[in-house]
Design a protein around this ligand. Structure first.
Ligand SMILES: [Zn+2]
Length: 92
């Protein structure tokens, strides 16, 4: 469990009801932002995370692309589920 990767908030950025694909912007408590990709099909799940380059990576301190967030996708997913940050949307 990495304390540098605490999620502060998550907002919906984009959705495509036809394909069931959703994109969220996640902000961490230390200021990093990342895109979260979700798919509704076949089941609601987190399919990817991409760090945005607004600040250097909190883990490796690079200010360009790295794979740290991808490697910690399970950690983000666990926080999201525990805190119910991204409930499955209803298509009604
Ligand atoms: Zn990194």
């Amino acid at each position: 469990m990495n304390s540098k990767l605490q999620i502060k908030n998550v907002i919906l950025a984009d959705k495509d009801l036809a394909s069931g694909l959703y994109q969220f912007i996640m902000t961490l408590s230390e200021g990093s932002k990342a895109r979260l990709f979700y798919s509704q099909k076949p089941v609601w799940r987190l399919t990817g995370v991409t760090r945005m380059l607004n600040v250097p990576c909190p883990l490796c301190r690079k200010d360009y692309y790295c794979n740290c967030f991808e490697k910690n996708i399970a950690h983000f997913n666990q926080q999201i589920i525990e805190k119910d940050l991204i409930p499955e949307p209803t298509n009604s």
